[in-house]
Write a protein that binds this ligand. Sequence first.
Ligand code: ZN
Ligand code: ZN
Length: 140
Amino acid sequence: MRNRRLAPNHTLVFDALKDAGRPVTAYQLIDALRGVGISAPPTVYRALNRLISDGLVHKLESMNAFVACTHTHAGGSAVVFAICDMCGGADEFADEAIGEQLAKRAIERGFALNKAVVELHGTCAKCTEPPLLIEQGHVS
Ligand SMILES: [Zn+2]
Ligand SMILES: [Zn+2]
C-alpha cells in the first residue's frame, strides 16, 4: 500500500528517516524532527507505528532503531538486514530461499509465521576496506 496517502506528520517522519539513510533511534528521530515542528514524542511514535504497519519503515530490534524501507517486499521472502557495528549502517535485502526455509521450519513446529526478519551483525564492506595507504613522505 505504498501509494496510500500519508498524513503530513507521517510524511515528515518518513522523510526524516529517508534522509538519515541509516537506522536511527526514536530519540534521534525526535531530535531531527524538532526542526520541522514536531516536538511531541507521542506524535513521532504514532507515526512510526503507522509507517511500520504500512511496510514503509522497519524496526531493527537488535538496535532498537528504525530505518526507512527501500524495497517492495514480495510475500514469502525473509527480510535480512546486514548491520555494520562500525558505522551503524544497515543494508537491507530480501531472500526468498531463507524465507522458504524459515517458513518450512515454522510449519514443522505448528508455528504460524507472520513475518521473518533476520538481523546480521558484523562489518560492512566499506568499513573492512584497508585504510588508504598514505604515501610515505620524509619525516622532518
Ligand atoms: Zn523493507
Ligand atoms: Zn560500516
